[in-house]
Design a protein around this ligand. Structure first.
Ligand SMILES: [Zn+2]
Length: 192
């Protein structure tokens, strides 16, 4: 945990805020409901979501997720992941790098439901292809055992997640490579 000074944009009060650079499953709820990133001014009560990079580690599931907020840091983390010491430290761990709080939450949800994010991303691509003519899709997310999609800025739809489809795709792609960036673009390439 670090302490940081935040000047309230509404009343200019100087707040001291806790920020967490290294988090574990102890912080799980606060990440999932984003309260970890919440700022509340002690003087006027103004609330806002902060954004800062952090590292999430789950030693039981052997997962490390680096959340980075800007391109510079993304390069630093990508370099770091090629460092021999870090490779040894994270040996046997699944390593991922994500660039938004939504992606971080989605990754944790996927791993906590015992699923492979590579298979989920491929299913999302298949699903996108099915609905792309009907909807102008902004994003597709795995959440609460559903595939949810967002279109035309604010509208939302969903379909139940099918275990049979998950099994089928897992069998269809048994030799997927590991990568630190597993996202929609990765999946589009992977199924070419
Ligand atoms: Zn304030």
């Amino acid at each position: 945990m670090e302490l940081t000074k935040i000047v309230c944009p509404k009343c200019q009060h100087k707040n001291t805020n806790k920020i967490f650079k290294q988090v574990t499953v102890d912080h799980l709820e606060k990440i999932l409901n984003q309260s970890l990133f919440k700022f509340k001014c002690r003087q006027c009560g103004y609330e806002a979501l902060l954004d800062y990079s952090l590292q999430y580690q789950d030693d039981d599931k052997k997962i490390v997720i680096y959340y980075v907020t800007n391109p510079e840091e993304l390069n630093e983390v990508m370099d770091l992941l090629e460092d021999e010491t870090v490779i040894c430290e994270t040996k046997g761990y699944i390593c991922r790098v994500v660039c938004s709080q939504e992606d971080l939450i989605e990754k944790i949800n996927i791993f906590n439901s015992g699923r492979d994010d590579r298979i989920i991303e491929i299913i999302k691509v298949f699903f996108y292809k099915q609905i792309q003519n009907e909807f102008q899709v902004d994003a597709i997310r795995y959440k609460d055992n559903e595939i949810q999609f967002y279109y035309q800025g604010f509208k939302q739809g969903s379909i139940p997640f099918e275990d049979s489809l998950y099994e089928q795709v897992s069998k269809q792609y048994p030799n997927l490579k590991q990568d630190v960036r597993i996202d929609f673009d990765w999946a589009v390439e992977a199924i070419l």
